[in-house]
Design a protein around this ligand. Structure first.
Ligand SMILES: Nc1nc2c(c(=O)[nH]1)N[C@@H](CNc1ccc(C(=O)N[C@@H](CCC(=O)N[C@@H](CCC(=O)N[C@@H](CCC(=O)O)C(=O)O)C(=O)O)C(=O)O)cc1)CN2
Ligand code: MET
Ligand SMILES: [Zn+2]
Length: 759
């Protein structure tokens, strides 16, 4: 038996890569300084794995921005608009990820999407009829050489596979995936060949897309790709690596094809275990058993892992992580401020390396001591439970999930209550988290300023931004969320039952990271959270101030969940805590309350058959529970930044919010059509401009977009807003964009007057 991992976090223990990259973008360091930082990071991570005696060390899992981008960049899949910029290779690479702008030129970045059911984003390549797929990149080979020089004698080359590449791509020309098949196979064959020449034993080809539903055509595509590719592998051993789910649709095919290893996630579901038990596993192949959880931060229970592994009856096994460790923070060792009983149960990336080593020892018969210690740890685990919370959850009844009166009735009541103009304008909540805002928070954290000073700073910010919103004529105002480091971490810090880390950063996209809170005990609210800020903001204006909360499903999905109770149970507890906050806001005169569910779509199970019974059947009720007991006059908004909910429209409507805002880039006029077709009842604010880019949209541009929406949607259901919060933007571009948004709306309103006389 030996050990490996699928991949290691790459941002660095103290986010060194983030800081160096951002400095490079600001021209504060040179390219060679950035490359040196990257080399240092890779070396350090390889050494850590060597110290933990990991046998097969992944190489190629490092990335400056995104591993999916690395793969298609190496394969020359770069739209012309980027090539024409004539940048250096590295700058072209970054341009794909974050767009490019100088005095003369402006090119939009490739779109980003959620990587399966994680909070990590990958870049979506756009293939057109000019796309010329061929191997041009040397990153993987360079890193292999570098690893060998550094004394990594047993590297495992890592690359994203052709099936996943094709399935996750966008084809905008007349040529579709099958038309590129031959070129793709040739390019990958060349990669295998080059890796082989470097005397590498194994190549890991990541194919997580096999964990989605695989239909007949997909299955044929998969078989075609690999029949051809594997016939050219020579001496190189090929590992088909999957993660995040099971491969029931192609399990038999993978057994028949000439793979040397199959990597299966034994943690995300029990399905892969059953597949092996029921169908057996080819004696000639190695099972890369994904037994150490790459998605959560708890210690592994050796006893149950050993039991699972022994139940498989597979001859050749290499122990591995269930996914890349990219999705967990670097090390738990630095989290010294955590209660010791929590601390001892944590395993971040570095600790997971040791767990693999331990498990290997145990399975080889030399690990009785570590096994005993681990078993004792699990015997003594005590999650703080609250009788009060349990009783409250147990006494919920069906009526707690139903808001009265129904939506149509409420709509009339609220139109009278608020008397807003048609096409009401608003924003999604946050305003730019400028340097001074973060510094104020950092100072408070370091005890350099008092609570009063900290609060006063934020109050001044609120006052200023309320004045700005009034000045430019927005209709429904927000307080700006200056007090929040992150929309989930902030609530985690305020609620009982959560613990949080000091340095538990996980990459979300590019150089951006999040510090997911940890759900450790039963969750409840012990004091108001946002009431002061919202009430203060409302006191400054006669316009209506929108309260701003994060919903239970998003808080749960962007935290590290406990595993001793069902997700439904945790989410219901969080829902009741947020319900307390909703009712408190209402009682304090806040009349519109937005409850963000940005992450609702994200955790939809990979397979359609699981959508309702494993997720939506509790996620949608949890949201309803939060708001169902408010007055008919209180207007409930929700927000989802990603518009990929075409397939779950009915479930979104069933959340029973009064208004929903979401992203609506050009392609999503399709979504608007779907909404109309599905008789979607919730009022909608499809984002009229993209906040992920610093570009300022013109008045005319926004006006056109609103008019476009109006050709499809009734005017009484339409709101005007940006497509997400403004926290990552600069102030100047934000202010200019919002002024244009309001002006465009006014023009549309007056043109309506002219054409119809009344509205
Ligand atoms: N949890 C979550 N997931 C999400 C989103 C989201 O908003 N939250 N949005 C979507 C996109 N994802 C995003 C993820 C991260 C960021 C982001 O901006 N992250 C920031 C960190 C934000 C943060 O929490 N900052 C902290 C701490 C920042 C810090 O290190 N501060 C320095 C000081 C900084 C300074 O002086 O300038 C220090 O303490 O030393 C704070 O504000 O308090 C980053 O990586 O740069 C944006 C979007 C999807 N997933
Ligand atoms: C990622 S969704 C963001 C919603 C939040 N209210 C904000 O405006 O930042
Ligand atoms: Zn958003």
């Amino acid at each position: 038996m030996t050990t490996t991992i699928i991949g290691f976090p790459r941002i660095g223990e103290k986010r060194e890569l983030k800081f160096a990259t951002e400095k490079y973008w600001k021209h504060e360091i040179t390219q060679s300084e950035l490359l040196q930082t990257a080399r240092d990071i890779r070396l350090k991570h390889w050494k850590l794995q060597q110290q933990a005696e990991i046998d097969l060390i992944p190489v190629g899992d490092f990335s400056f921005f995104d591993g999916f981008l690395d793969t298609f960049f190496a394969l020359n899949i770069v739209p012309k608009r980027f090539r024409q910029l004539e940048l250096s290779t590295l700058d072209e690479y970054f341009a794909l990820g974050r767009g490019f702008q100088d005095e003369k030129r402006s090119v939009k970045a490739l779109p980003m999407k959620k990587w399966f059911n994680t909070n990590y984003h990958y870049l979506v390549p756009d293939w057109d009829d000019h796309t010329d797929v061929k191997l041009v990149g040397t990153k993987l080979f360079d890193e292999i050489k570098e690893a060998k020089v550094a004394g990594v004698n047993n590297p495992k080359a890592v690359i994203i596979g052709p099936y996943t590449l094709l399935k996750l791509s966008r084809f905008s020309g007349s040529k579709k995936a099958p038309d590129f098949l031959e070129d793709v196979v040739n390019a990958y064959a060349e990669i295998l060949n080059k890796v082989s020449e470097l005397e590498v034993g194994w190549i890991q080809i990541d194919e997580p897309a096999l964990c989605f539903d695989v239909n007949v055509e997909d299955r044929q595509l998969f078989n075609q790709l690999y029949t051809s590719l594997l016939s050219q592998k020579g001496q190189l051993k090929v590992l088909l690596q999957t993660y995040f789910g099971d491969i029931r649709d192609v399990y038999e095919d993978t057994q028949k094809l000439d793979f040397d290893g199959i990597g299966l996630d034994l943690v995300a579901t029990s399905h892969n275990v059953e597949l092996i038990q029921e169908n057996g596993f080819d004696d000639q192949k190695v099972l890369f058993a994904g037994i150490i959880n790459g998605r959560n931060i708890w210690r592994n229970s050796y006893q149950s892992s050993v039991k699972t592994l022994k139940s498989l009856g597979v001859k050749n096994v290499i122990l591995s992580s269930s996914s890349s460790l990219l999705h967990v923070p670097f090390t738990a060792a630095s989290e010294t401020q955590l209660p010791p009983d929590v601390q001892q149960h944590l395993a971040f990336a570095v600790e997971k390396l040791d767990e693999l080593h331990d498990l290997n020892l145990i399975l080889e018969g030399n690990g009785q001591e570590v096994l005993n210690k681990n078993t004792a740890l699990f015997k003594n685990i005590r999650h703080p439970e609250s009788e009060k919370v349990r009783t409250r959850v147990a006494s919920l009844t069906a009526s707690d999930y139903v808001r009265e009166p129904g939506r149509n009735e409420r709509e009339k009541i609220q139109k009278a209550e608020f008397n807003l103009p048609v096409l009401p304008t608003t924003t999604i909540g946050s305003f730019p988290q400028t340097r001074d805002v973060r510094q104020n928070r950092a100072k408070f954290r370091r005890n350099e300023i008092s609570r009063e000073e900290y609060d006063q700073f934020n109050k001044d910010k609120i006052k200023r931004i309320v004045e700005f919103q009034e000045d430019i004529g927005l209709d429904v105002l927000v307080h700006g969320e200056y007090e929040r480091n992150d929309m989930v971490e902030y609530f985690g810090e305020k609620l009982d039952g959560f613990v949080f880390t000091k340095n538990g950063w996980v990459q979300s996209y590019g150089t951006r990271g999040v510090k997911p809170p940890i759900i450790w005990g039963d969750v409840s609210r012990n004091a108001p959270i946002t009431v002061d800020a919202s009430v203060y903001a409302q006191s400054l204006t006669d316009k209506v101030m929108k309260g701003m909360l994060t919903g239970p499903v998003t808080i749960f999905n962007w935290s590290f969940p406990r595993e001793d109770i069902q997700p439904k149970e945790s989410v219901t507890q969080i829902a009741l805590a947020i319900q307390d906050e909703v009712l408190d806001l209402e009682e304090h005169g806040i009349k519109i309350i937005q409850i963000d569910e940005a992450a609702l779509r994200e955790k939809l199970p990979l397979r359609k058959t699981d959508w309702f019974k494993e997720y939506l059947d509790w996620a949608i009720p949890a949201f309803r529970l939060v708001h169902s007991s408010v007055q008919p006059t209180t207007q409930i908004h929700t927000h989802m930044c990603y518009s990929e909910f075409g397939d779950i429209i009915q479930a979104i409507d069933d959340m029973d919010a009064d208004v929903i805002s979401f992203e609506a880039s050009r392609a999503d006029l399709v979504l608007i059509d779907q909404l109309v077709q599905a008789h979607f009842e919730t009022e909608v604010g499809p984002g009229v401009y993209d906040i992920h880019s610093p570009r300022v949209p013109s008045v005319e541009e926004i006006q056109k977009i609103i008019e476009g929406f109006l050709t499809k949607l009734p005017i009484k259901s339409l709101w005007v807003n940006p497509d997400c919060g403004l926290k990552t933007r600069g102030e100047k571009e934000t202010f200019d964009s919002l002024k244009n948004l309001v002006e465009a709306t006014k023009r549309v309103r007056s043109s309506l007057h002219e054409t119809s006389g009344s509205i």
